[in-house]
Design a protein around this ligand. Structure first.
Ligand SMILES: Cc1cc2nc3c(=O)[nH]c(=O)nc-3n(C[C@H](O)[C@H](O)[C@H](O)COP(=O)(O)OP(=O)(O)OC[C@H]3O[C@@H](n4cnc5c(N)ncnc54)[C@H](O)[C@@H]3O)c2cc1C
Length: 298
C-alpha cells in the first residue's frame, strides 16, 4: 500500500498526529519501536484528565483512540532507514519496506544520562530531571542537584520552589563561578565537587550519594542534568538542514528542508518538554501536513 503518511514514533506527538490523520481519513501507518523515554517512571503528571497515569496505561488508551479509525494502522517495529524517492519516501524497518507521500518523524529524543555507574537503577523513581513533572512528588525532601555549569544555579532556584533542603553535586567539575558560590552559600546550599562514584539506596529509593573521597552524603532524591539530541541514524540518507545546535530547521508547523518530511514533538523542539506539549504539537503538525496534501490535490 502507498500511504498518505508514515508516522515514525508512537509517543504522544506521533499518536496525536495519527488521531488527526485518522479523522482526516488519510491512509496512515504508525511505526513505533515502543521504547519511550518515560518508560522508566511509574507515573506521569501535569496532563489534564490523566494526572498520575502510568505511562503504559496512557499509551494503551492513546493507541485505542487512534486505531479505532479504519485508516490508521499501528506497527510495533523500529525504522532503520528513510529514503527520498520519486513519489515521496521509502521507509524500511528490519523486516519490511513501506512507501508514503509524506513522513512525520516523532521519535522523541535520544537521551544520555550523566556519567554515574548505577544512575539508571534510580532514574524515574527518585531521580528525575524535570521539576515540573516530578517536583511536587519530591517536595520537602532533601534533594541532590546533580548539575554544573551555567544551568546549575537556575536548577537550584527552580527546585527551591519544591524544597528548601538542596545540595549541589558537580560530579567532578571544580570550575564554579565565584558569584554562584557566593549566592549558593548565602542560601545555605552546599556544593560538592568530588566525582560521584555511585548512588546509594535500594529498589530505586535514593538514600545517598557516594563521592570519590569516600564520603556518603545522605539525600532522599535527586534532579540531574540529562543530555539530549536528535541525531537518529535512520535519517542519515536525508540531507536535512539543522541549525548550529543540531535542531532541525523547520517552519513553525514542523516542515523540514526535505520536501514532504516533517518533525513533531520533542524531535522538533530538540529539547525535553512534557506529554501535553508533544501531543499538542503532533496534532498541529498533522493538520498542516494534511492541508499541504489538500492544497496539492484540490
Ligand atoms: C523520567 C521521566 C519522567 C517524565 N515525567 C513526565 C511527567 O510526569 N509528565 C509529563 O508530561 N512528561 C513527563 N516526561 C516527559 C515525556 O515523557 C515526554 O515529554 C514525552 O514522552 C515526549 O513525547 P514524544 O512523542 O515527543 O516522544 P516519546 O514519548 O519519546 O516517543 C517517541 C517514540 O518514538 C519511538 N522511536 C524512536 N526511534 C524510533 C525508530 N527508529 N523507529 C520507530 N520508533 C522509534 C520511541 O520508541 C517512542 O515510542 C517524563 C520523561 C522522563 C524520562
Amino acid at each position: 500500500m502507498y500511504y498518505d503518511v508514515i508516522i515514525i514514533g508512537g509517543g504522544p506527538a506521533g499518536l496525536n498526529a495519527a488521531l488527526n490523520f485518522g479523522r482526516g481519513m488519510k491512509q496512515t501507518l504508525v511505526i513505533d519501536a515502543n521504547n519511550p523515554r518515560n518508560r522508566v517512571t511509574n507515573e506521569s503528571h501535569s496532563y489534564l484528565t490523566q494526572d498520575g497515569v502510568k505511562p503504559t496505561e496512557f499509551k494503551r488508551k492513546a493507541k485505542a483512540d487512534v486505531t479505532k479509525y479504519k485508516d490508521v494502522t499501528y506497527l510495533e517495529e523500529r525504522v532503520e532507514k528513510v529514503e527520498k524517492i520519486d513519489k515521496g519516501f521509502e521507509v524500511k524497518t528490519q523486516f519490511q519496506t513501506f512507501n508514503a507521500r509524506q513522513v512525520l518523524v516523532a521519535t522523541g529524543l535520544r537521551e544520555q544520562s550523566p556519567d554515574i555507574a548505577n544512575f539508571n537503577d534510580f532514574y524515574g523513581q527518585t531521580v528525575f530531571y524535570c521539576p515540573w513533572c516530578d517536583g511536587y512528588e519530591m517536595r520537602n525532601k532533601k534533594l541532590a542537584v546533580i548539575y554544573s555549569g551555567e544551568m546549575m544555579v537556575h536548577m537550584v532556584k527552580l527546585l527551591s520552589n519544591f524544597s528548601q533542603d538542596l545540595v549541589v553535586f558537580t560530579n567532578g567539575e571544580k570550575d564554579i563561578l565565584q558569584e554562584d558560590k557566593v549566592l549558593l552559600d548565602k542560601k545555605g546550599v552546599n556544593i560538592y565537587t568530588e566525582p560521584i562514584v555511585r548512588l546509594v539506596g535500594n529498589d530505586g529509593q535514593l538514600k545517598g550519594i557516594e563521592l570519590n573521597d569516600e564520603q556518603i552524603i545522605s539525600v532522599e532524591g535527586a534532579f540531574a542534568r540529562m543530555y539530549w539530541d536528535t541525531q537518529f541514524d535512520f535519517l542519515d540518507r536525508l540531507n536535512i538542514i539543522r541549525d548550529e545546535d543540531g535542531k532541525f530547521e523547520t517552519d513553525m508547523f514542523g516542515k523540514t528542508s526535505v520536501e514532504g518530511l516533517y518533525v513533531a514533538g520533542e524531535t522538533k523542539d530538540n529539547f525535553a518538554g512534557q506529554l501535553l506539549d508533544s501531543a499538542t504539537n503532533g496534532g498541529m503538525v498533522a493538520k498542516m501536513m494534511m492541508m499541504q496534501q489538500i492544497e496539492e490535490d484540490f
